[in-house]
Every structure is written in C-alpha cells, then in structure tokens.
Design a protein around this ligand. Structure first.
Ligand SMILES: Cc1cc2nc3c(=O)[nH]c(=O)nc-3n(C[C@H](O)[C@H](O)[C@H](O)COP(=O)(O)O)c2cc1C
Length: 297
C-alpha cells in the first residue's frame, strides 16, 4: 500500500489521484448565461445530489491547477444565480467532451458542440434538448474552497423544474437505467458507460436485518474460496437454518451424491461443499448455500 500526504505532494498529482480513485463520477452538463445573456455550456464531474426536499444538487467548477484562473461557468453562476444541469448520456458524450474545450468567454458551446438549446421556463439559460434529463436550478450559495489553483467552488443548486425525456422511462414511469445509458467520468481520459453487464441489482439490506458476517461459523468464514461479497451475502440472511433443516436437506439430490462419495474424507467433503456453496451463492440461492456450507461442520 502506498501512502500519500497531499501537503507533501504536487497539486497535479493529488488531483490525478483523487480523480482516479473517486470514480465513476456523474457529469453535470451545465448551461449558464453571463450578464449580457451570452450562453455557456460546460461539463463538470465534481457533481452529485445531496437532498430531495429541498431538491439540492451541487457541482464544482474548480480554479485551474495550471494557472489558477477560474471557469466561465463559475463567473456566470455568481452573477446570475441560475444554471441548468443537463444529464449526459452516451448519445451526446462526444458533444459534451467537445463543449469542455476552453473557448473564449462569450463563445456559445451549444453552437460549437452542435447541441440544441431549448428555452427554459424558470431560468434564462437554455437546456440541452438532446439530454435525457435537464434540471432548471436556482443557485442558493457558492462556497469557495480556497484561493489556490485546484480549489473547488461548491455551487449549491436548488432544482426548480425537471425535464425528463419520456423515452428513458419504464412502464411504472421510473427512469430505466438501461434506457438512460448514462456516462460517467473516471481518471485520465477514461469514461464509463452504464449499460449491459455493468448494471446489476443489489436489493437494499434495509428491507431486512441480516445476521451479519460475525454470526457466520468460523469454518465457513475462514474459507479460502468464499470472498467478502459471498460472506456478506450469507450475512444478509435474516435467520441461519437450524440443524434440523440442514439435516433434512442432506437427502436433496444436490448434495446426496457428494455426501456419500466423501463420507470417509471429511476435509475433501468440506472442500466439495464449499465449492457447491460458492456456486449457490453466485446463483443467489442463499438459503441452500447456507445449508450446504453448514454440512461441512
Ligand atoms: C467530463 C468532464 C468533466 C469535467 N469536470 C470538471 C469539474 O468537475 N470541475 C472543473 O473545474 N472542470 C471540469 N472539467 C473541465 C471543464 O469542463 C473545462 O474547464 C471547461 O472549459 C470549463 O468551461 P467554462 O470556462 O466555459 O466554464 C470537466 C471536463 C470534462 C470533459
């Protein structure tokens, strides 16, 4: 393990480390106007949601590490106290990237990137018609995090109006992550496309109260085959099967052959049961996995 103290490290290096580690990051594609009404459009991956009531999102246009200058977006939000946060998906990722070019002040990146400005209802800046979601926001506060190059500026935005493209909704009217096809920023020039196998479901544990990894018997917990994720899957069960339930399961065709084959070789039997338990856990058959693993006692 390498250990880094930011105070003893060059800002550019700390910046690269943080951006590499804190990834993937969602992208706020921010449209603003200046005091004369000139439109600006730029992406910011220092971005997230922090509150639902009031609906608050925060993004951070930072002071440039290179020369300690600030971004047009920051100047615009400080002047107008308004912004539209557009969500970036795969269909517009290259146009978003092009819009990040450091064009001179007053240059409209909607025009440069070929995206379509759609008039907003509550704010002066237009939203991006091609974006799957756009949020018209009032800027409640701008908090400067420091005077040096690399310092962020938290732009605290209250969402006033949300435009959602109906094509990304499922039958229940909720956003379908596959249809959203979101992109996120990683370190360097890397991006992540959230679709296909990269999306998976993990039911929230708050719905039940799992026994916890600490309640798993040591002979299972110390298995070299089971990962931390496997153990957590076991620990997320509400009740551990009883000795009677384990006994009853011994006649199941899933295990009966293995049990009879290795009846005289306890170590090998436990190894085989661990393999089967792991497979069952991979298949989300947690209760059966518990029973099979407990047979190795
Ligand atoms: C995907 C992506 C994410 C970015 N995130 C940030 C960010 O969070 N903060 C920042 O200061 N600059 C970020 N940038 C760089 C700005 O977009 C870039 O400096 C842009 O020119 C600023 O434009 P402006 O001066 O018109 O506001 C990002 C660029 C890209 C392509």
């Amino acid at each position: 393990m390498k250990t880094i103290n930011p105070k003893e490290t060059k800002t550019a290096e700390v910046h690269a480390l943080l951006l590499g580690a804190i990834a993937p990051r969602p992208i706020a594609f921010a449209s603003t106007v200046d005091e004369k009404g000139n439109v600006n459009l730029s992406p910011f991956s220092f971005f997230n949601v922090f509150s639902a009531k009031p609906p608050i999102v925060v993004f951070s246009p930072a002071r440039r590490v290179r020369d300690n200058t600030s971004k047009h977006t920051l100047e615009n939000v400080e002047t107008t106290r308004e912004v539209v946060i557009n969500i970036c998906n795969y269909d517009i990722v290259e146009q978003m990237s092009l819009a990040s070019t450091e064009y001179d002040k007053g240059i409209n990146e909607f025009i440069k990137s070929g995206l379509t400005p759609e008039p907003s209802v509550m704010v002066k800046a237009p939203w991006v018609k091609e974006a799957p979601v756009a949020m018209e926001c009032r800027v409640n506060e701008v908090i400067s995090l420091g005077p040096d190059g690399g310092a962020g500026n938290l732009v605290i935005c209250e969402v006033l109006l949300i435009h959602v493209n109906e094509n990304i909704l499922n039958e229940e009217g909720k956003i379908d992550p596959y249809k959203l096809d979101a992109v996120a920023r990683m370190g360097g020039d890397y991006y992540l496309r959230a679709n296909g196998d990269s999306i998976f479901e993990l039911p929230k544990p708050v719905r039940n109260k799992g026994v916890g990894v600490d309640q798993i018997p040591d002979f299972i917990r110390n298995s070299k085959l089971l990962t931390g994720n496997h153990l957590a899957r076991l620990g997320n069960t509400e009740v551990i099967p009883t000795a009677e339930e384990v006994e009853a399961f011994k006649s199941d065709p899933l295990v009966s052959y293995t049990l009879s084959k290795y009846v005289h070789d306890k170590a090998q039997l436990r190894a085989e049961l661990e393999k089967l338990g792991k497979k069952l856990l991979d298949d989300h058959q947690v209760l059966a996995a518990w029973k099979v693993l407990l047979m190795g006692e």
